[in-house]
Ligand binder design. Sequence first.
Ligand SMILES: CC(C)(COP(=O)(O)OP(=O)(O)OC[C@H]1O[C@@H](n2cnc3c(N)ncnc32)[C@H](O)[C@@H]1OP(=O)(O)O)[C@@H](O)C(=O)NCCC(=O)NCCS
Length: 177
Amino acid sequence: MSLKEKIMIKMGLITPFRYKADDVVIARNVSLQGRENMYIGAKTYIGENNVIYAGKAPLTIGRYVMTGPNVTIITGDHRIDLLGEYMRNVTNEMKLENNDQPVVIEDDVWIGAGAIILKGVTIGRGSVISAGAVVRKDVPPYTIFYSHENTRPRFTLQQIEEHERLLQEKYPDDFAG
Ligand SMILES: CC(C)(COP(=O)(O)OP(=O)(O)OC[C@H]1O[C@@H](n2cnc3c(N)ncnc32)[C@H](O)[C@@H]1OP(=O)(O)O)[C@@H](O)C(=O)NCCC(=O)NCCS
C-alpha cells in the first residue's frame, strides 16, 4: 500500500477494502471475514479456497502479493487459559488484548499452497513462503521461508539492490510518493 493510499484511508477518502478498483483478483471460493479491517493492495492475487479472517486486529496485504490455493491468514486467537469452560463456549467477548494482533504482508510476497499465517506476523517484501508452512513470527524481506528453523535468502544484498532498481525502472508509478 502506498503512503498516499494509507493517508487516504485515514482521512476516510477511500474504504480500505477496494479490491475491484485496485485490480485485485480474488479466485473462487475465498472466505473473507472482517473486510472492514482488511487492506488489500493493487494487483494482488488471492488464490482459490483461501480463508482470510481479520478480527479485531487488522490485516494489511500489500501490492503484487500472490497467494496459492488453500492459504489461511488469521489475525486472532481464542483464549485457551480459561478453566471450567468448553472451548466452544469461549466467546470473542472474553478475549485478552493480545489474542488479536495485526498481520502485515508486504509487497511482492508469494505465499505457497496451504500455508498458514498466524497473528502478529509481518512477512517482509519480496519473500516466498513455502507450501504448507506455518508462519508464527516475522519473516525478513527477500527470504525463502520453509520453516522457522529453515529460512534462506532469496537474493544476495547486491541482487536485492539490482532487483529494486529494475523494479523502479519498470514500474515508476509504484515508487512515486
Ligand atoms: C519454496 C519453493 C518455492 C521452492 O523453493 P526452492 O528453494 O527452489 O526448493 P528446493 O526444491 O530447491 O528445496 C530446497 C529445500 O527446501 C525444502 N523444501 C522445499 N519446499 C518445501 C516446503 N514446502 N516445505 C518444507 N521444506 C521445503 C526441500 O526439501 C529442500 O530441503 P533440503 O535442502 O534439506 O533438501 C517451493 O518448494 C514451494 O513451496 N512452492 C510453492 C508451490 C505452490 O504453492 N504453488 C501454488 C501455485 S501459486
